[in-house]
Each structure stands twice: as structure tokens, then as C-alpha cells.
Design a protein around this ligand. Structure first.
Ligand code: NAG
Ligand code: NAG
Ligand code: NAG
Ligand code: NAG
Ligand code: NAG
Ligand code: NAG
Ligand code: NAG
Ligand code: NAG
Ligand code: NAG
Ligand code: NAG
Length: 878
């Protein structure tokens, strides 16, 4: 239930336009208790919704644009279409050698493209039928055997490249990783047979040659004297309900690039596609014949070379004519389609998100290792990235506004269970020597909890711009490399398929700490290499708080085709807490426990077995300090809330009734002005009245301000800011905290007493004391004096003292509170500015007073005296 609430809160916060709605009630614990506090710790006020581009364009059926039907013209003028072929150049078609002549010894004479229903004239609008000029079989092919079943057909003229007629690419690599392949054809059409009306495709699964050799031996097929050879490959239709696939037609896969798909021919249908029979089909692999194909085409006048069928160049050649990937197509019929480019799987981006940093060793910067910024001094990365060739990582580099900033790594924490080369416990924390500027960089939030609330996440990778750009209008290759952001699906352990070369890294299989991501579709090879670093969600919820689920460990092609594995952060939160959260242990022989389920007010059992209750440390007796060094102390949710024996709980002091009643009083007054409790404190100096300080009304006769402001002299007057008639009241006494030290401004709090009581109205009302000693409102207003009788307001975010401590020269005290401006790096403030929080019913609470600090220049926050720590003193004075 708790998790759910956290998410609901999160959803409200990121709703565009709702930046402020809901944030007024957020409370920050005074002590850091969890790592799941990112939305509080790096709270943002405004969300900017991104415009969503969409476009539509009519499209034609392009799926079979490379398919040709090879025909034999009969004496009566009709054509028998007996074989399939693949257009691979303007005037070249690839087919099976056995298609070079029919059983009657006749040669085919035409090839027809752009026609789905070959025996009907209904859809002939785009058909191109071209005569065959020449058929060139592979020289070692013999009609009497089933070897080297490959041939090229040269056409009499070029085809006209059109959406419906476009050459395919060739898969030339020996390695065939595809899980499925597609065969297309018009089926076993022929004389007297029922003709398949439309071009069909069937999905096949490649099977191992060893298995296939058991089916097709020299015993079973006479024409295979030497059994199957390496240039053969087999694929089977697992469903066995269709048996399309023409002889000579392609066995293909479609590879993704530029938001589109290009067919790559892997094999040529050769023999054995027996219907209704589990026997695999046998295909002639393209790879071994590439050189022959290119040389033969050259010999016959084509302007091709060794790079023509390079996957990248070939994909780019006809990019404008290719189909969009399925996810981009939002509607399609025979004639038209509409598209939404936002649905594509690959995006080119200008820069990494600001929280993703590069790790650096001063070695030239070619190491592919990244990390994510978790807070101003912390970067999360993989254990495998903590060192490179034995050298511990030296710096991290982050970019803001196009400038790179290097920060030294001062400490490296590697998960203690990690062993080198392993994919388990592969996580490390880097602590930095200097603070990252979080006005430029937005730290990441990490996703807690075992289930990821999204189906899709984003990776980052690098690859050529030309092959990845959705709007690539030039057919000229351009080797420039750009940053890519692929969209990948989260895969469960049963669906997860990883490249075999990485299986040794997870010998014991995937465990709960792994996140598997990727897509079924393969990319054009070498077009994306993922960075070893963060996975984020950049989609629906990513806007305000960048989320990191895991750190990418390994994978190929950015998780396309075969998947990528990441270290999930949620499973390592306990270890991260042990490194990152404030440590309670003061000496090694004293045991201190934190029970995060217990909160202030809950019953608990103390160190000596007594009934006890969780209370803020300040309320547990002064003896308590002695327990700290000598006994086992149980803390509740944080180190500021302790499990205190009932006998030790100091009688809660009597809060002065006027202070306790304050919220009810103000609520009834219905304040009409925002500054009804603000006053200017005035001193008569040389007959002139000088208003040098401000304070806030807390009771009818008492004004709260700072001790440093009062000094040793009682102000003579106070002037109300909320009343336009500038009413001024005389004062008769001031009270400075007895422990106030003017040297270091500790306990900087003071009170001023009026001679006459104020009258409450909706223009003059008290500011109530914030008395909660464990939590503080997150979004506060600071009232800053800007002239003798003028103030302005600024919005601040409360911070943990432990975060501010990083740049603070001395130990921050419990009675300190620090806060940061949302937009600007302001650290020194006019004295005595004060912090207030306004509840929804307009009741204002005073939270803190700014304290004078000569060394504030070197901080990254503003420091205040925390009012809740002085409620007892104020009550006593009253
Ligand atoms: C066929 O097209 C190619 C590529 O555009 C061109 O180089 C060739 O000259 C054309 N051939 C004929 C016969 O037009
Ligand atoms: C089939 O091949 C095996 C091994 O190469 C050989 O021993 C056998 O004689 C062959 N059979 C026929 C019928 O050719
Ligand atoms: C294709 O060409 C590109 C650019 O020269 C090269 O990086 C890539 O390795 C080539 N691909 C293959 C499969 O040779
Ligand atoms: C780099 O930083 C400087 C100084 O802060 C700033 O003026 C500039 O705009 C930043 N960006 C680039 C690209 O230099
Ligand atoms: C904030 O400003 C102070 C001084 O004005 C400077 O020392 C500090 O580096 C700045 N911090 C950040 C995070 O920019
Ligand atoms: C994994 O995902 C597949 C497909 O989404 C689903 O059919 C299967 O039930 C899931 N398996 C488990 C263990 O969740
Ligand atoms: C907490 O204590 C442990 C053991 O003494 C130490 O290794 C660790 O660094 C400490 N963590 C912090 C945040 O101080
Ligand atoms: C100012 O204060 C007086 C007395 O409390 C009240 O009667 C009057 O309405 C106030 N007027 C304004 C404008 O603040
Ligand atoms: C006041 O603070 C300074 C600086 O921390 C310290 O040296 C001095 O002893 C303190 N004075 C008293 C009276 O505690
Ligand atoms: C302090 O505030 C927190 C958060 O709103 C709340 O859970 C807690 O009960 C409050 N404590 C007291 C003593 O009112």
C-alpha cells in the first residue's frame, strides 16, 4: 500500500501543469531515512509538457516490392509463373539455378514485379513486367544435383524504382542470429492447379544444419550425393498450416533502420518445402556466393562493387521507398496508411540526459563506461566500470549547456559480492570530491520495488546518424556518429534471449537483480551500440524526474533482436543504503539498530526490554546520551527518533495555550492579506526611527525574531506590515536565548514584547509556530527584507541537514534547517529573513529564521535557525 501511495504522489507531481498542485502538503523528514525520496530531495516546481508531433501520408503496399514472379510465356500468349525471384539491382534478379529451365527444358522469359495477384488484372496499376536478357547459373551448378542452387537473371532493361518495386538487400554474414525468417511466394501455382490469389508470406524458424542433415541424407535424396553442405540452410514452418514459398523466391528477414524496414535476403528457396509435413525446407545461403554475385553483375554491366551490399549502404540506397516499421503505422489499408513518428523505436538525440555521466581515466576517453548522478556527490555505475585495465576510475564528466565538467572520484564502493567478469552484483557507487552543480544537472530518481511500472524503457547508444535518422533525405552515406535513444520493451525471464557470447556472465541464469530489455526486431548490423550505463524511462512519466531502473551491462545492437541485460537498482537498495545513508554507529562495540517501520508515537521495546515509545531524541531524557556510548540503542525510523523507555520520556512541556491555539484562531480569522503577521522592528537612533529588522507576530504581545537582530538593545517600536495604516506599537522588553553565542550565532533566537496587546483581524493575525520535530514542509516561502519597510518573497525547498553538511565547515545542529532556492544559487541571505509555510486554509507557520554566516559563500544552500527546536524555550518565556 505504501508503495502505491508513493506512486500516486509521484503521478500527481509530474502531471504537466500541476507542478504546484499537491506540493504544498509535502513534508520532508528532518533525517534522511530512505533512498526513495528523490521527488522530495530534488523537488521541482514546474513541468513543461512536450509538444507531440504527428504526421500522416498516404502509402502503398510496399511489403513485397522486391518480389518478382518468373514466367514462361506459352504459345497461346498466357504466362506460367513457376518460380519466384528477388530483385537485387535495377536490372538483376536473384533466383534458384533450377529455375533456369522448366522440366520441359524451356527457359523463363519474363519477370513481373509490383503485382500481388499475378493472375488477375485488378491490381495491375503498379505492375512492371520485363523480359529476361540472360540467365547466369552458378558455374558449379548441375541440374542433376541439389548443390549451388543459385542463379542471376539479367533483365532487358532497368526497372523503374517505385514504392512497389524496389531492390532488396543481401544478408552476407555467415552468422545467422534471426529467430524467425520469412518466405514469400505465390505458392505452388501452375498449370491446372488452383492458383493462390495473392502473394503470401510464411514465418519460418531456422533449424540447425546438423538436425537437418538427419532428414536429408544421401540415402533419402538421390540428388544429394554428398549430403547437405555448408551453403545449405534449413528452416521449418512450425505451424505447418501453410506451405507457401516459391522455388527461387527469397528467405528473408526485415531489418530496422531509419524507422523503416528493409528486406534482407538470407537464402533462396531450393527444395524440400513439402506441405503438411514437418520436413524443413532447404535454402541456398547467400553469404558464400556474394563475391560471385558482385563479379557476375559487374561482368554484365552493373555499376556495383564490394560495398554495394554492405548492410548500411544498401539500406540507405532506397530508404525513401521502404515501409515504415509496424509501430509507426497507425492505420493501413491497401492504398493508404497514416503514421505517427513518435511511435518509432529509435530516436536521435542531441545529448545524454544531464544525469548520465561518462567515466574517465585520462586514457583518451574511449572506454564505454557511464554512470548516473544520484545526488550532488554520488554516481551509480557498474562494478565492471569501477576500474579499467586495473586502473580505478579517476573522474566523471558531466555536461551542462554544452560544457563538460570533470569531477574527481574520491571514493569507490564496489558491491562486496561482485567478482570480476561476472554479471551478478555488478554495481558500484562512486563518491565525488566536489559537488555537481544541480542547477545544471537533474539527478536521477531510482525505481524502488520489484516490479517496474512501465512496459518500455529507453536505453542510450551510439551509431551512425544516416542509418538511424527518421528524416534522412539524402541517399549519400554520411559516417557521422550520433547519440541514439532506442525504445525497448522489458522482457520477463522466460522471454529473455541474450547473445550467446555473453552467457558465461550469467552462468546461474537470470536472477531478480537483472532487468532484461529489448525488442524482437533486429537492426541493420553495427547501427547501434548501447552505452554501458543507465536505462531510463523517457516516456510518459520521465518528464519531471528522470528515472533509472537499472544499469546496462551487456547486449548487442542496443537490445534489438537479442536482448540486453541490466543490473536492476531496486534489488540493491539495501546495500546502497548502507553506503549512502547517515551512519549511526559511533564505535564498533556498540550496536545500534534502525527499525524503519517505527515512527514517532509508535510503541516499541527498548534496549532493556521495557515498554517504550518512539519519540524525537530531544524528548528522551538527558540520560539517553549516556546510553549512546554504553548500550544497545534502538532507533525508530531515523537517527532523530529513538525508542525511549516510557520512564525516560521527558514530560512533554506544556506548550503555551496561545501558541497551541494559534492554528484555530487564524483559521477563523480568514486572513485577507499575505503579510498579516510580519512586523518591522524599529529603533530610535538620533531622533529618527530606523526599521532595521523584521519579525513575526506569534501571540498578541510577542514578536519572534533573531537574537543577532536584537543584540543588546530593545527595539522601541514595531510596525505592522499587513495594515495599510502602518500602525506602530511600542515595546517594553526583549528576550535573547541564553545560549545565544554572537561569535558563531548558535541558538540565534529572540523575542520582543509589546506594551499593549494586538487586536486580531483578517489584517493582523499571528504566525503559528511549526512544532513538528520530525518533519518539515518541503516547499517554503522566504520573507526577505529588501528595504527599510519592504520585503520580497522567494520560494525555497527544504533540504536534509545531511545533504547540506557536505559543504558546511562545522557540524550542523539539530536546531538548524537548510533550504535551497529552486532556480538560483543563492546562499547568503539578508538577516533576518525568515521561512514560512502556508497551509491550504491560509494559516501561516513560521519555520525558521536566517542566521548570519560569514562563510555562506562556500555553501550551496541557505541556513536557518529551526523554530520547532525552540518551542519549549518560547513557551517558557511566555
Ligand atoms: C540502370 O540504372 C542504373 C542506376 O541508376 C544506371 O547506372 C544504369 O545506367 C541504368 N541502365 C540503363 C540501361 O538505363
Ligand atoms: C552416403 O554417404 C556416406 C558417407 O559419405 C557413404 O558412406 C555412403 O556410401 C553414401 N551412400 C550413397 C547411397 O551414396
Ligand atoms: C559497411 O560499411 C561501414 C562503413 O564503412 C563499415 O563500418 C561496416 O563495417 C561495413 N559493414 C560490413 C558488414 O562490412
Ligand atoms: C559554457 O559555459 C559558459 C560560462 O558559464 C557559458 O557562457 C556558455 O554559454 C556555456 N556553453 C558553451 C557551449 O560554451
Ligand atoms: C553557488 O555559489 C557559490 C558562491 O556564490 C559558489 O561557491 C558555489 O560553487 C555555487 N554552487 C553551485 C552549485 O553553483
Ligand atoms: C512472460 O511473458 C510472456 C509474454 O508476454 C507471457 O506469456 C508469460 O506468461 C510471462 N511469463 C512469466 C513467468 O511471467
Ligand atoms: C557506515 O559505517 C560503515 C562501517 O563502519 C562504513 O563502512 C560506511 O562507510 C559508513 N557509511 C557512511 C555513509 O558513513
Ligand atoms: C488596520 O488596522 C485597524 C485596527 O486593527 C483596522 O481597523 C483596519 O481595518 C485595518 N485596515 C487596513 C486597511 O489594514
Ligand atoms: C561561542 O562560539 C565560539 C565559536 O564556536 C566558541 O569559540 C566560544 O567558546 C563560544 N562561546 C561560548 C560562551 O560558548
Ligand atoms: C509530523 O509530521 C509528519 C508528516 O506529516 C506526521 O506523520 C507526524 O505525525 C507529525 N508529528 C507530530 C508529532 O505531529
Amino acid at each position: 500500500m505504501q508503495k502505491l501511495c508513493a506512486w500516486i504522489m509521484f503521478l500527481i507531481l509530474v502531471c504537466p501543469g500541476n507542478g504546484q498542485f499537491g506540493s504544498e502538503n509535502l513534508m520532508l523528514p528532518n533525517e534522511r531515512e530512505t533512498l526513495d525520496d528523490c521527488q522530495l530531495r530534488f523537488h521541482q516546481l514546474y513541468a513543461s509538457p512536450l509538444p507531440k508531433p504527428a504526421f500522416g501520408r498516404p502509402a502503398l503496399l510496399k511489403e513485397f516490392a522486391h518480389m518478382g514472379a518468373i514466367g514462361w510465356t506459352q504459345k497461346d500468349g498466357n504466362v506460367s509463373w513457376l518460380c519466384g525471384g528477388t530483385l537485387i539491382w535495377y536490372d538483376f534478379v536473384l533466383t534458384a539455378a533450377h529455375c533456369a529451365q522448366s522440366v520441359n527444358g524451356l527457359h523463363p522469359d519474363v519477370v513481373r514485379f509490383g503485382d500481388l495477384n499475378i493472375y488477375s488484372s485488378d491490381d495491375d496499376k503498379y505492375a512492371q513486367q520485363i523480359s529476361i536478357a540472360k540467365i547466369i547459373r552458378f558455374p558449379e551448378h548441375r541440374f542433376a544435383t541439389l548443390y549451388h542452387d543459385i542463379a542471376l537473371i539479367k533483365l532487358e532493361k532497368n526497372i523503374t524504382v517505385h514504392d512497389t518495386v524496389v531492390p532488396a538487400c543481401l544478408w552476407t554474414d555467415d552468422e545467422i542470429r534471426f529467430r524467425t525468417l520469412e518466405a514469400t511466394g505465390w505458392g505452388k501455382t501452375g498449370f491446372g492447379l488452383e492458383q493462390t490469389p495473392v502473394l503470401l508470406k510464411v514465418t519460418l524458424k531456422p533449424i540447425d544444419n546438423v538436425e537437418c542433415k538427419k532428414v536429408y541424407t544421401n540415402e533419402t535424396i538421390r540428388k544429394l550425393r554428398f549430403g547437405l553442405q555448408d551453403h545449405h540452410m534449413c528452416a521449418v514452418d512450425e505451424k505447418m498450416d501453410t506451405c507457401e514459398g516459391d522455388s527461387g523466391g527469397p528467405l528473408q528477414t526485415k531489418l530496422l533502420h531509419n524507422g523503416r524496414v528493409t528486406p534482407f535476403v538470407v537464402g533462396i528457396t531450393s527444395f524440400g518445402t513439402a506441405c503438411g509435413n514437418a520436413a524443413p525446407g532447404v535454402y541456398t545461403k547467400i553469404g558464400p556466393y556474394l563475391d560471385w554475385i558482385v563479379e557476375t553483375m559487374q561482368k554484365h554491366g552493373a555499376d556495383v562493387d564490394g560495398d554495394t551490399y554492405n548492410a548500411t549502404f544498401c539500406s540507405l540506397r532506397f530508404v525513401d521507398y521502404r515501409e515504415y516499421e509496424d509501430s509507426v503505422i497507425t492505420y493501413r489499408d491497401n492504398e493508404y496508411a497514416s503514421y505517427d513518428s513518435d511511435n518509432r523505436h529509435m530516436f536521435i538525440v542531441d545529448k545524454l540526459p544531464s544525469h548520465v555521466v561518462k567515466l574517465d581515466w585520462d586514457l583518451g576517453g574511449h572506454e564505454n563506461c557511464y554512470g548516473v548522478i544520484f545526488d550532488e556527490t554520488t554516481v551509480l555505475t557498474l562494478a565492471q566500470c569501477a576500474a579499467h585495465a586495473g586502473e580505478p576510475v579517476k573522474h566523471i564528466i558531466y555536461s551542462s549547456n554544452g560544457n563538460d565538467t570533470k569531477v574527481n572520484v574520491s571514493e569507490i564502493h564496489i558491491h562486496p559480492k561482485y567478482t570480476e567478469g561476472s554479471g551478478y552484483y555488478n554495481i558500484a557507487i562512486l563518491l565525488l570530491s566536489n559537488l555537481i552543480d544541480i542547477y545544471q544537472v537533474q539527478p536521477t530518481c531510482i525505481v524502488h520495488g520489484s516490479s517496474i511500472p512501465f512496459n518500455e524503457v529507453h536505453l542510450f547508444g551510439y551509431g551512425r546518424k544516416d542509418i538511424n535518422s527518421f528524416w534522412y533525405f539524402s541517399s549519400e552515406p554520411d559516417p557521422a556518429v550520433s547519440l541514439l535513444r532506442p525504445r525497448v520493451t522489458i522482457q520477463n525471464a522466460t522471454e529473455c534471449r541474450i547473445p550467446s557470447k555473453y552467457s558465461s556472465r550469467i552462468e546461474k541464469g537470470l536472477t531478480g537483480e537483472h532487468i532484461c530489455v529489448g525488442n524482437d526486431m533486429f537492426l541493420v548490423p553495427e547501427s547501434c551500440e548501447a552505452i554501458i550505463g543507465g536505462i531510463i524511462d523517457g516516456g510518459k512519466l520521465g518528464g519531471l524526474y528522470p528515472l533509472t531502473f537499472g544499469l546496462n551491462q551487456f547486449g548487442r545492437d542496443c537490445g534489438f533482436g537479442e536482448h540486453s541485460i541490466a543490473t536492476g537498482l531496486a534489488s540493491h537498495v539495501e546495500w546502497m543504503k548502507s553506503v549512502l545513508l547517515p551512519n549511526l554507529t559511533t564505535s564498533s562495540d556498540v550496536l545500534h539498530y534502525i527499525d524503519s517501520d517505527l515512527h514517532a508515537g509508535d510503541s516499541c521495546t527498548s534496549y532493556n526490554g521495557d515498554h517504550a515509545r518512539c519519540v524525537p531524541i530531544a524528548r528522551c531524557s538527558k540520560n539517553w546520551k549516556s546510553h549512546l556510548s554504553s548500550a544497545t540503542i534502538r532507533f525508530c525510523s531515523s537517527s532523530s527518533v529513538v525508542c525511549c523507555p516510557l520512564t525516560d520520556i521527558e514530560n512533554s512541556f506544556e506548550v503555551h495555550s496561545e501558541l497551541a491555539e494559534c492554528p484555530n484562531i487564524v483559521s477563523k480569522l480568514k486572513p485577507k492579506v499575505p503579510n498579516g503577521s510580519l512586523v518591522y522592528l524599529g529603533w530610535v537612533i538620533e531622533d529618527a526611527l530606523n526599521f532595521n529588522c523584521i519579525g513575526t507576530i506569534i501571540t498578541k504581545k510577542i514578536i519572534l525574531t533573531t537574537a543577532s537582530c536584537l543584540g543588546n538593545s530593545v527595539p522601541n517600536f514595531v510596525r505592522l506590515a499587513g495594515n495599510a495604516t502602518k500602525l506602530t506599537f511600542e515595546t517594553d522588553a526583549s528576550f535573547v536565548h541564553s545560549a545565544f553565542n554572537a561569535t558563531d550565532n548558535s541558538n540565534d533566537i529572540g523575542l520582543v514584547r509589546l506594551i499593549e496587546s494586538l487586536e486580531w483581524s483578517s489584517f493582523v493575525y499571528p504566525s503559528c509556530l511549526w512544532m513538528n520535530r520530525t518533519h518539515t514542509p518541503l516547499v517554503l516561502e522566504m520573507i526577505i527584507p529588501s528595504g527599510p519597510e519592504d520585503v520580497f518573497f522567494s520560494r525555497l525547498r527544504t533540504m536534509y541537514n545531511s545533504d547540506c553538511q557536505r559543504t558546511h565547515g562545522t557540524q550542523l545542529k539539530e536546531y538548524h534547517i537548510c533550504a535551497r532556492d529552486f532556480q538560483r544559487n543563492v546562499t547568503c541571505v539578508s538577516i533576518p529573513s525568515y521561512l514560512q509555510w502556508e497551509r491550504r486554509d491560509r494559516v501561516q507557520f513560521v519555520i525558521g529564521f536566517a542566521t548570519d554566516a560569514p562563510d555562506c559563500d562556500s555553501w550551496n544552500y541557505m541556513l536557518f535557525t529551526r523554530v520547532s527546536a525552540f518551542v519549549e524555550w518560547i513557551s517558557n518565556v511566555l
